[in-house]
Structures are given as C-alpha cells and as structure tokens.
Design a binder for this molecule. Structure first.
Ligand SMILES: Nc1ncnc2c1ncn2[C@@H]1O[C@H](COP(=O)(O)OP(=O)(O)O)[C@@H](O)[C@H]1O
Ligand SMILES: [Mg+2]
Length: 317
C-alpha cells in the first residue's frame, strides 16, 4: 500500500466526500481538493462502469464500493495518525460453474492494482494438480513456486475443496499448510481467492478450523435466473453484432427452463450461454451458405433453428 502521508493530499476527506462542504471550502479560497483525489475516485467509477456490463452480480458490485471506501478511509485515518484496521483481502468465492467467479477475480485483481494494494494485478488461476506433488516435500515446493508466480497479484485456486480430498495423509494438506504460511509471511504481496461449489467449500472450511478467519470476505455467486441468462445471451449477441428473433428467444427460454433442471449443479450458467451463442453463430453461417442469402439483415440475425440444444441433453455445454 502506498504511503498516504503526503502533504499534497492533506484534508481531502472532508471535501471529497461532502459536496456542500467542498463548495464552502472553495469559496474561502482554501483548496483542499486535489486533482489526485479526483483521479482516485475515478478508479471506483471506472470499475463500476466495467461491472455494468455484467448482469446481476449485485453482491460484487456492492463489495467493490465497500472495499474502495474501506481502503480510502484507512488512508485518511493513517494520515490523521489514527489506528487502521488490518486489510486482509483474501476471499472465498462460492458458486456453481459459469456464475462469474473467474471473471470477477480478474476484475478484482486489476481493481486492487489500481488501488495500489497489489503491485502487478495479474490473476494466476490454478487447481489442485498445479499445487499438489507426488512425494513428500514436492507439494510444498510446487505450491511455493505458484505463490511466487502470483506475487503482486491474485492467486485463484479453483475447486479449492479438492485439496482436502484425501484426508490427513493426502498431499493436499501440505498445499493448504504452505498457502496458510504464505498468507502470513507474505501478507500484502498477494491476495488468495479460494473458489468452488458452495456446499463443498463450506465442508472444506469446516475441516480446517484455522481457515475461515483468514478469509474475511466470502461471496456467493448464485445461479443466474432464467431472465438473467436471457439478458446475458442478448448481451453476448449484441457484443458480436447479432440480434435474435422473438421466436428464437421464446425457443431458448423454453429449452433453458428444462436444461437448468436436468443438469442441476453441472449447469454452467454464463459459460453455457457463451457456448450456445458461439455455436449458433457457426450454425447460422452454415444455414446462410445453404440458403445463399448474405444480405445485412440475414447476416446479423440468429433464428430459433440456429440454437441447438440436443447435445446438451446428454452433456454439459
Ligand atoms: N453476469 C454475467 N454477465 C455476462 N456474462 C457473464 C456473467 N457471468 C458470467 N459470464 C460469462 O460466462 C462465462 C463463464 O464465466 P466465469 O467467470 O468463467 O465463471 P466461473 O469462473 O464461475 O466458472 C464467461 O464467458 C463470462 O464472461
Ligand atoms: Mg472459473
């Protein structure tokens, strides 16, 4: 974290957070408000704008603001010589596949970088196999190497509960111990995010009583509702300059209703939608070639027939 004890910034909090007072102060010709502050708040606005692109995720949108305010006020308190709370920013992301966990982790890594919490702001996504080795000592070495690579950024461990798979004797335990040690020794050098299915993550945490308190931030990523899935679909089409016919939307809605139930926890939410759109684009191309129609309207329209659900009846898209 950068040192906020900088005279240029002094007095900013009263003014920046309170518009009326800002006017008053200005009218007395005391300029507390610096360009630097303005830019600082731009960080929050920028990330809020970025999050607008994503449907739902209200908890994350709230969290960004909260963390921003927390870090900012901590800077201000430090400036006034007041005690500041320790900023432990390790997190748990709990939810089914495709609910936006990796996407959000990437955004958060960049957010922390811009807030000067993390030096680099990159995301390193790993899973059990990247951490766990084959003999005693191998795991600790592998895990340490991963932590080193993640230094300055976010280390995202996907399906983290699988580290507890084999119980006490499993090398997964060694990976957890190494991670915990690094969280203490290199506290401000990286942010650790453990992700996975809710139930499994809760169980994993309950098996490791020392862990929960190290992750003060726990976020649920709920499955998207039917309407949210359609909104994501329309958005993804729009981004690629495609529109969907009303009939296509009706057809997709009916199919999604069934598929969500059939696939239960395996349903991959946003990822399913992305794959569906990408496949529809290929199927539309084949249809256009067959029809020999290449006018603008045809080129940008996805029809009901372009969406293929038969394969997802047997497997997860
Ligand atoms: N709220 C959302 N709005 C738009 N697209 C989303 C949203 N959530 C997820 N996606 C898309 O779904 C896909 C899978 O998301 P991802 O973050 O990899 O999920 P997870 O890590 O939870 O499995 C990505 O292409 C992502 O852009
Ligand atoms: Mg992911």
């Amino acid at each position: 974290m950068s040192n906020p004890n900088n005279t240029k910034k002094s007095g900013r909090i009263n003014v920046v957070l309170n518009q009326a007072r800002q006017e008053r102060v200005k009218s007395k010709d005391i300029v507390y408000y610096s360009e630097e502050d303005k830019e600082k708040h731009e960080v929050l606005k920028k990330f809020e704008r970025r999050m607008e692109k994503y449907v739902g995720l209200t908890e994350i949108k709230k969290l960004l603001k909260e963390i921003y305010a927390w870090i900012y006020v901590n800077h201000c308190r430090e400036q006034q010589g007041l005690k500041t709370s320790k900023q432990v920013l390790h997190m748990l992301f709990k939810g089914n596949p495709g609910t936006g966990k990796t996407t959000v982790a990437r955004i958060i890594a960049e957010f922390f970088h811009e807030m000067e919490v993390l030096e680099k702001g990159h995301l390193l996504e790993v899973e059990r196999a990247d951490l766990v080795g084959e003999y005693i000592g191998h795991t600790a070495q592998k895990t340490r190497e991963v932590i080193k690579k993640a230094s300055g950024g976010v280390l995202f461990v996907d399906e983290a509960y699988s580290l507890a798979r084999g119980g006490e004797k499993d090398f997964g335990k060694e990976a957890i111990d190494t991670l915990v040690k690094a969280m203490e020794d290199q506290q401000h050098q990286f942010v650790l995010i453990l992700a996975g299915y809710s139930r499994e993550m809760d169980y994993f945490m309950s098996l490791n009583p020392g862990l929960p308190s190290r992750f003060p931030i726990s976020i649920d990523f709920p499955n998207y509702t039917l309407d949210e899935l359609l909104e994501i679909l329309i958005g993804m089409g729009h981004e690629r300059e495609y529109t969907l016919t009303a009939e296509a939307l009706r057809h997709i809605k009916d199919e999604l209703k069934l598929i969500r139930i059939e696939q239960e926890r395996a349903f991959s939410n946003g990822r399913y939608i992305r794959n569906l759109v990408e496949e529809a684009i290929r199927l539309q191309a084949v249809r256009l070639l067959r029809q020999g129609t290449f006018d603008r309207r045809s080129l940008e329209t996805l029809e009901a027939d372009d969406f293929n659900f038969s394969s997802s009846r047997v497997q997860t898209k």
